[in-house]
Design a protein around this ligand. Sequence first.
Ligand SMILES: [Zn+2]
Length: 547
Amino acid sequence: MVEGHEIRVRVNPFDTERANRVFRILEARVRERCSAAVTRSRENPHLVLNVEPGLAGEAFRIREEGRAMAIESGTPLGLLYGVGKFLRTSRFDGTLTASPWRGVSAPRGSLRGVYFATHFHNWYHVAPEEEITRYVEDMALWGVNAVKTAFPFINLRDWEDPETEHALAMTRKFARTAHDLGLQFAIGVNNTMFSGAPSHIRAVPLPDPTRRRGNSGYPVCPSNPEGREYLLANARRLFEELSGVGLDLLTFWPYDEGGCACDRCSPWGCNGFLNLSHAFTELAREYFPNIKTVLSTWMFDTPPEGEWEGLTKAMEGGNDWVDYILADAHEDFPRYPLDVGVPGNLPLVNFPEISMWGNWPWGGVGANPLPARFQRLWNQVKHVVSGGFPYSEGIYEDMNKTIIAQFYWTPERSARDTLKEYIAYEFGDGAIEETVALVDALEMAATRSYTKQPVDVGLVRTARELADNVHEKMPAWARTSWRWEILCLRAILDYERFAGEGLTAPEAERALERLMEIYHCEMETDDPYHHRVRPPLARAVSRRGNL
Ligand SMILES: [Zn+2]
């Protein structure tokens, strides 16, 4: 089969850019992991990459074809999903031992997104284009079919702000990167835009007894005619600026950031928010006639205001503009769509919070894998959810993203099963169980720390020893990957903060510095939000303070 030092690959059709891109993605991953040379050859191939209209667009099949192996799909994107499965189930031990996996696989969830929160000078905001491209490819290999970013209004004063052009370029870059791979591209608009929004059109602050609606930013009241004009004019400008790259999905977010508590907007979620989102949709259709919309219900009814019921009533009155309803929460899933049903009987998508829980600053002490947590939360919704957008502040929760992507693909697949496949693919198959134990220990430490329970010294010592042991057993290609580094650095930092001399100990400082390099953080920053995503190195400076 596909073993030895030369792997001849036939790409069919051979002359399309998308199919050849899939070949190059495969070739690059194999080259990094072993000495086998992957070459294109139309004669005597070991492996055939086939785009064939016979299979449904996103499904793939891996089968024998004579003496060769074939990976095939109806589209280049489906072919990429098949290559992902092939890579993750192959073994790299000096050379390549080809995957024994055979069969057909098709996704159950239709909208398998990731949300890159491109702000605060986090990794998505500042990473070089080649790293971003590579990362989006990696997400696609796991089955993702949509990328959402935030246009970082919160960091900008207005269209004339010197950073605005950069923010637009970044947004276009994500759109192009997604589209080049056949993924959908999404952004969100709501009533929080630039920091320069005039004070007389600002929203009335919302009650926020649970302190989780988000109180940053500069929300504007859309019931104030001037406020509405400001919001729609900025949305129009944004759509115009993105009309060259295209937009497939538009999301609307009621809170965090956003909302207005004035009489005319209340209750926000089923009144002011709904009217504004409808107006945004009509505007977007002028530029993107086939655009689909996702209406979020984040933090609805906290406190109870009848927002869910109001939304149900509004959808019963007719709906020609909402395609998906999004629901989720920081903790357990909202009961309303599970108990009563989804407003308008629309497909329901979720928004797993994979970034902030159990760590602060986000990613500040390295990887934050939480497989048990996401399995528990997924079990509440896997029978009703058609996909979603996990919320990501950086690459430190890469493991969480892949677990969610595979939930969307195969709802019954366990987080643990995906985790093992991840470990084998990214770190080699020499120490899978020990690496799982390491991840379990890190999750337990995060859980205890988050719930304000003492973190057992024995636990963090075990994690550190496991990291050292696994490191010794690893192939060289895996040892130097950032994915392994951030996991190791987390074990070091947990040990230092819970059992050692704290985060100012020399070894902890070295670990924090290395994380800052991996994340491209700023040692001195003018971004008052950067501290939320910057490892907590004592000498790092926020010149404008911390918001
Ligand atoms: Zn208002």
